[in-house]
Write a new protein. Structure first.
Length: 306
């Protein structure tokens, strides 16, 4: 009984294991039955996702071309950078050279300015010296003319000699003048009626005749030369006496007379070569030393004794 029960138990256990393992073996066999079918399915799915070798080669070629292009560009950039650095260095050298040249030029300019200032100072000093020399020359020249007078307004047809004119004029002005008082007399070159210049031996005689010039307002050509023709009398103008001035002083007098005619001055006259003007009847005589004084006569006031 017991043996039979034992066999039955083993048989029961065996049949149960077989029953459980049978489906497992069937599944394994099914899986092993066609392995190619299994792998081919996976490969097909993988093949659909992965690129082909040709595509990979094409991508690699593109990458290589891009890398080559980048390397070429980098090489060109490095070359350009090197050239740029070289240019910058050259420009720095040029700038340094220009700075040095500029510094040298500035130094030269400073030296030139100093030399120019010294030259201007020297020129100014020379101009002052020249002005003083011109003034001294003018004074000396005027001094040599202190005994001379000019007679204006008598036509040449009225007289036979200039000395005759001097003596007749002195007689009309009631000033005693004799031939021995006259050092020299002659006509001056001029357009129209030529003036006569006379140099007296004595400054006293010259001064006496010159001070009597106011009487010439009442003297005409017929008073001096009664035998003069009508043509001569027509040609004659007002007779007047002037001191014999240097060209510079004559220019001053001419300008002063223009101002007198324009009403800017009341009167103009000379005394021993000195020029005087008056701006009003009540005003004091103003001594004029140069043309610039006529622009400011009120600031050049001086007495006739200066």
């Amino acid at each position: 009984m017991s043996k039979t029960r034992g066999k039955h138990k083993r048989g029961a256990r065996g049949s149960t294991e077989e029953g459980d393992s049978a489906p497992k073996r069937a599944n394994i066999m099914a899986a092993l039955k066609d392995p190619e079918d299994i792998t081919s399915g996976d490969e097909e799915s993988k093949t659909k996702d992965e690129p082909t070798r040709a595509e990979l080669n094409s991508v690699l070629v593109d990458i290589q071309i891009s890398i080559s292009s980048i390397l070429l560009e980098n090489k060109q950039t490095r070359k350009e950078m090197a050239e740029l650095k070289e240019t910058v260095l050259e420009q720095k050298a040029e700038i340094a050279s220009l700075k040095a040249t500029l510094a040298s030029i500035k130094k030269q300019c400073a030296n030139a300015e100093q030399e120019l200032a010294a030259a201007e100072k020297h020129i100014n000093e020379q101009e002052e010296e020249i002005a003083e020399l011109y003034d001294l020359q003018d004074q000396l020249e005027q001094y040599t003319r202190k005994n001379s007078l000019e007679i204006h307004g008598i036509p040449e047809s009225a007289y036979t000699s200039t000395e005759e004119v001097v003596l007749k004029l002195a007689e009309a002005l009631e000033v005693p003048v004799f031939s021995q008082d006259i050092e020299i007399s002659h006509k001056l070159p001029s357009k129209g009626i030529k003036p006569i210049i006379v140099k007296f031996v004595s400054h006293k005689v010259k001064t006496s005749l010159y001070k009597a010039r106011a009487k010439l307002r009442n003297v005409s050509i017929s008073n001096l030369f009664s035998s003069s023709t009508a043509a001569t009398r027509t040609e004659a103008t007002r007779i007047f006496l002037n001191e014999n001035l240097t060209s510079y002083r004559r220019r001053i007098v001419n300008r002063a007379n223009e101002m007198r005619r324009d009403g800017l001055l009341l009167s103009v006259w000379t005394l021993d070569g000195k020029i005087f003007v008056k701006t009003s009847p009540e005003g004091s005589p103003i001594k004029i030393n140069e043309i610039e004084d006529l622009r400011r006569p009120s600031k050049s006031v001086s007495t006739m004794t200066d």
